[in-house]
Design a protein around this ligand. Structure first.
Ligand SMILES: [Zn+2]
Length: 112
């Protein structure tokens, strides 16, 4: 199944709405950032999500990013994998495996 990143983000936002979470700029921004990262086969730390949002002019506090990420994990559209003692977040809309390097601690998703 091939879907564009935009369709993928829309599908995730639909799931959030069905779970009773309104679309807010912060939620949309965080899902966009995780969608981009999924295309790069990456997870993001909360601070990296925050950097991407502020980089595009979205004035969102880091504490808000943390809260949104927690909600996404609770709803099941995102999951968290600890890397080097820090939580990283990725979209969980498609099953994927993670490879963590025992040398550098770097992590890659094996599929997008
Ligand atoms: Zn993942």
């Amino acid at each position: 199944m091939i879907t564009s990143p935009v369709d993928r983000v829309s599908a995730v936002m639909d799931r959030l709405r069905r779970a009773g979470l309104r679309t807010t700029l912060a939620r949309r921004g965080v899902v966009d950032a995780l969608g981009e990262a999924a295309g790069e086969r990456r997870h993001l730390r909360a601070t990296e999500v925050h950097q991407r949002l502020t980089g595009r002019g979205l004035g969102v506090e880091l504490s808000t990013v943390h809260r949104v990420l927690t909600h996404l994990v609770e709803v099941g559209v995102a999951h968290t994998v600890p890397v080097g003692g820090t939580a990283t977040f990725g979209l969980a809309d498609r099953p994927h495996h993670h490879a963590v390097c025992q040398g550098c601690g770097g992590m890659r998703q094996l599929t997008a």
